[in-house]
Design a protein around this ligand. Structure first.
Ligand code: GLV
Ligand code: MN
Ligand code: MN
Length: 422
């Protein structure tokens, strides 16, 4: 169980140690012993949500698990019911993840607000801390369900999407204790939300390279995800001559190489085939059906859309040459998202006040801030991670950098001036 540690100093010393201790505690809440795997709406997600809710309650804050599985806690300002600055990140993870992606932003937000609570310091606005449940989009084909719900952009059709065990998102929500019928009502009125600020590990090597603990995010790359189904003909691996085969897996392999070639031809665009399933999946059977995923990202939406169209054309041509059927479905589409210039400036000012040289950088990874940008002005603070490694158990940050992230966040909150969303 997470505990509240009473710091002995009021200047924020000790944030780093507490953040790291809490991250270790959360890292024990996994669906896979020996690995950090906490998929959306899984038993480990429930444990992590309950653990956080308990800690918020210990701080005397209202905290609920909402209809889409987000943990939402609220620290009132001078006047109860005032519009809120939302801070936080996500607590779902990829399979065999690191301990910091998402979780760092939630724990840092919690630790910063703990300091305000400890000092009895109220602000002219409320603060809400949110632990989103579905940033990674690993369990279901859709992603950012939690932040989309708050932004009023949750698509009810996604409730019918199924995980690899055939469980629908709607069914998983009910098992988690949520009422999917109430997701629509989670949409916030923009008048009640002043902004969203997310602390997150960089997941890349730039800050380490520049010897900086934190950096100020300017924009987040857009992304498209596809599910590609290839239908060939299953057959006996010993009897069907090579010339008469319609091998779905060999066709998919050719498609994957074509996708990699296409991405390599372009600056800044990246494309990844991250998951593949072949059926029937036996050593002596020609694969008859394959499903694989494609993830395409770019800071330039027009470039990304062109690349996705080119990928579809190249796959169709390979399918035709190899006499297999092809079905391509877009499972996720997010435009590149720009952090609000006034929030960027305010985050940067907090970085400077903490005596760190300010560096602005874009994000190659996706974040809840992309979905929240539909609702309110957003900003992000990146924290250096060792070797830029992420989505990997080797993901690592230092307590000193976590301490600096909490100091910058707290400083940002204390100086925050609402900006107009436009
Ligand atoms: C989330 O980590 C993503 O960018 O895929
Ligand atoms: Mn993340
Ligand atoms: Mn991630």
């Amino acid at each position: 169980m997470l505990t509240i540690v009473k710091p002995t100093l009021s200047d924020g010393s000790g944030f780093g140690a507490r953040i790291m201790e809490r991250l270790e505690t959360l890292a024990a809440l996994t669906d896979e012993p020996g690995a950090m795997t906490r998929l959306y709406l899984s038993p480990a997600h429930r444990l992590a949500a309950d653990c956080l809710r308990g800690l918020f309650h210990q701080l005397g804050l209202d905290a609920v698990v909402d209809a889409v599985g987000n943990v939402v806690a609220r620290y009132e300002g001078h006047t109860p019911g005032a519009p809120a600055l939302i801070i936080g990140s996500h607590i779902d993870t990829v399979r065999n993840a690191g301990k910091y992606d998402g979780n760092l932003g939630v724990v840092t937000a919690l630790t910063a607000v703990e300091e305000l609570v400890r000092l009895g310091e109220r602000l002219p606005f409320a603060i809400e801390i949110v632990a989103f449940g579905d940033e990674e989009g690993v369990r279901f084909p859709t992603t950012l369900s939690g932040s989309r719900a708050l932004a009023g952009a949750f698509d009810p059709a996604s409730l019918d999407e199924r995980d690899r065990d055939g469980i629908s998102l709607g069914e998983a929500l009910v098992s988690f204790g949520c009422d999917p019928g109430k997701i629509g009502a989670l949409a916030r009125d923009p008048k009640d939300v002043l902004g969203f600020v997310e602390v997150h590990i960089e997941q890349g090597p730039v800050l380490e390279n520049r010897n900086l603990p934190v950096g100020v995010v300017t924009a987040i790359n857009g992304a498209t995800r596809l599910a590609v189904d290839v239908y060939g003909a299953a057959g006996h691996a010993g009897t069907v001559p090579m010339s008469l085969r319609r091998d779905a897996l060999a066709s998919a392999a050719a498609m994957m190489v074509a996708i990699e070639d296409l991405a390599r031809e372009q600056r800044e665009l990246v494309a990844t085939v991250g998951r593949i399933e072949a059926r029937p999946g036996a050593v002596n059977v020609i694969p008859g059906e394959v499903r694989f995923t494609v993830d395409v990202r770019s800071p330039d939406d027009a470039q990304r859309r062109r690349a996705v169209a080119d990928i579809e054309t190249r796959l169709a041509s390979i399918a035709q040459t190899r006499s297999v059927e092809l079905k391509t479905t877009t499972t996720h589409e997010a435009a590149a998202s720009v952090c609000h210039p006034a929030i960027v400036e305010q985050v940067e000012a907090a970085v400077v006040r903490q005596s760190v040289s300010p560096l602005r950088l874009p994000s190659g990874a996706g974040h809840d801030a992309m979905a929240m940008a539909r609702l309110c002005p957003v900003g992000m603070l990146f924290v250096r991670c060792e070797g830029g490694i992420s989505h990997n158990p080797a993901e690592l940050i230092t307590a000193e950098d976590a301490d600096m992230a909490a100091r910058v966040l707290l400083d940002f909150i204390r100086h925050f001036r609402p900006v107009r969303a436009d």
